[in-house]
Write a protein that binds this ligand. Structure first.
Ligand code: 5GP
Length: 189
């Protein structure tokens, strides 16, 4: 199997990492998005096999038992997310680098596994208050789910210093431009 690079974007939900990752995918044809498997329901216009592999909890646990994940996590109570080994191999075999939108613990796990082949970027929101406003504004989650996301976000903000780079997302255009430079340099290194 060929080995490409891994570019990991992690942050609390609502910090803007998905928007930055989408921007980078448009800029760099050599990048391909790692589609995670998840047991959560699809939201809004999300598509199976494009945004996520939406699978049942039984199917997910079967894959866990067969060691098909390079990392996985119960990100929220009862809801699993994971990166399939086959997904990374598919992208590398296509001569591309993998870009991840993944939670903080999963991101750090991938960094520990792939070391210098991986660049781990933590996207930092302006404040917890702004994060809460953004999450509430999405209007896609129930009150209970939002409360769970807030608690997790607060915890995740403390992990920033463990990443290779902290990318401040106070202004989206500036953050996207900085991300382009970081990723461009890493791909060429
Ligand atoms: P959401 O439900 O908002 O799409 O994602 C919830 C959180 O799970 C986000 O922080 C997202 O980045 C993270 N996530 C998505 N895919 C994976 C994965 O494969 N592994 C881990 N550990 N986290 C993931």
């Amino acid at each position: 199997m060929k080995q490409g690079k891994l570019i990991i974007f992690s942050a609390p939900s609502g910090a803007g990492k998905t928007t930055i990752v989408k921007h980078l995918l448009k800029k760099f044809p050599s990048l391909s998005f790692s589609i995670s498997a998840t047991t959560r329901e699809s939201r809004g216009d999300e598509q199976n096999e494009k945004d996520y592999y939406f699978i049942s909890k039984e199917a997910f646990l079967h894959k866990v038992a067969h060691q098909e994940f390079v990392e996985f996590e119960e990100v929220y109570n009862g809801t699993f997310y994971g990166t399939l080994r086959s997904e990374i191999e598919r992208i590398w075999n296509n001569d591309q680098h993998v870009i991840f939108d993944i939670d903080v613990e999963g991101g750090l796990r991938l960094k520990r596994k792939y070391e210098e082949h991986a660049l781990a970027i933590f996207v930092q929101p302006p404040s917890l208050e702004v994060l809460k406003e953004r999450l509430t504004g999405r209007g896609t989650d129930s009150k209970e789910k939002l409360a769970e996301r807030f608690i997790k976000a607060e915890k995740e903000l403390n992990y920033a210093s463990k990443f290779d780079v902290i990318l401040k997302n106070f202004d989206l255009d500036t953050a996207c431009a900085k991300a382009e430079k970081l990723v461009g340099d890493f791909i060429e290194s």
